[in-house]
Design a protein around this ligand. Structure first.
Ligand code: AMP
Ligand code: MG
Length: 237
């Protein structure tokens, strides 16, 4: 497949956002910038599109994806039983590099969440990411845009080096501002738990959740066959 390069200089920007959104609405997959790392995006409502993401990355199907939204209203559609703490976190850290795991509604296909009854949600701050989400009108499932096991890409060049010919498009933006993955917490457990360390620190999270627990998998490698709360922690990112 030919991987389109969608330029984001001022003349090309609007056309590229529109084209990326069209690709995603039509069930295609496109690498998009976010402030953390480049994401490989697909409509989170389209199971076939999400399958393509797993295939292009060679990602194990037991490793769930993060769903990206640009508007807080979208949260109510994809997550259920949302606790107050989630709204407090959204106010403090969104848009930004915090991912929250919440109960999933059936709008989101099980494949997105690797069969779990939860969904991981984040609102990125990167303007290009937000413009693409808004133009598509979709929540976007987007893991890091790398072959599983390789480092997460922080520039469009790294994405092309790795995935050229395997995805529909790459949105060619600048280097990722943060360059570190999002912090993942779950609010399904009480107290909340840190599942993956990232750009938002535990100290920052303690301002909202003084009792937040750091998951065992963050502190040590899981034993072979051990059940982990965040399946991705078994794998290198
Ligand atoms: P990546 O998409 O490569 O940034 O990785 C996403 C991370 O979020 C992985 O560590 C996943 O295991 C974790 N994650 C995504 N969805 C869930 C979920 N529903 N429950 C727990 N962890 C999740
Ligand atoms: Mg990754």
């Amino acid at each position: 497949m030919l991987t389109k390069r969608l330029k984001t200089d001022s003349e090309s920007y609007d056309g590229s956002i529109k084209e990326a959104a069209e690709i995603l609405k039509n069930g295609g997959i496109a690498a998009i910038p976010t402030e953390t790392v480049y994401g490989l995006a697909a409509s989170a409502l389209d199971e076939e599109a999400v399958k393509k993401v797993f295939i292009a990355k060679g990602r194990p199907q037991d490793n769930p994806l993060i769903v990206h939204i640009a508007n807080i209203n979208a949260l109510n559609e994809i997550a259920a039983d949302i606790p107050d703490g989630a709204y407090k976190c959204a106010e403090k850290f969104w848009p930004g590099p915090l991912t929250m795991v919440l109960k999933r509604t059936d709008k989101i296909p099980a494949l997105v969440s690797a069969g779990l009854d939860t969904v991981a949600v984040r609102m990125p701050s990167d303007k290009t990411a937000r413009d693409i989400i808004t133009a598509s009108g979709l929540p976007l499932a987007a893991p890091s845009a790398n072959t599983s096991g390789k480092p997460s890409p922080t520039s469009a060049k790294y994405v092309i080096d790795d995935l050229d010919g395997k995805i529909d498009a790459v949105v060619m933006s600048g280097d990722c501002r943060v360059g570190v993955e999002s912090t993942v917490i779950t609010l399904v457990t009480s107290p909340p738990r840190l599942l993956r360390p990232g750009a938002v620190t535990v100290e920052q999270l303690r301002e909202i959740f003084p009792d937040i627990v750091v998951d065992k998998a963050v502190l040590s490698e899981p034993e072979k066959g051990e059940k982990v709360a965040s399946p991705g922690m078994k794998y290198k990112h």
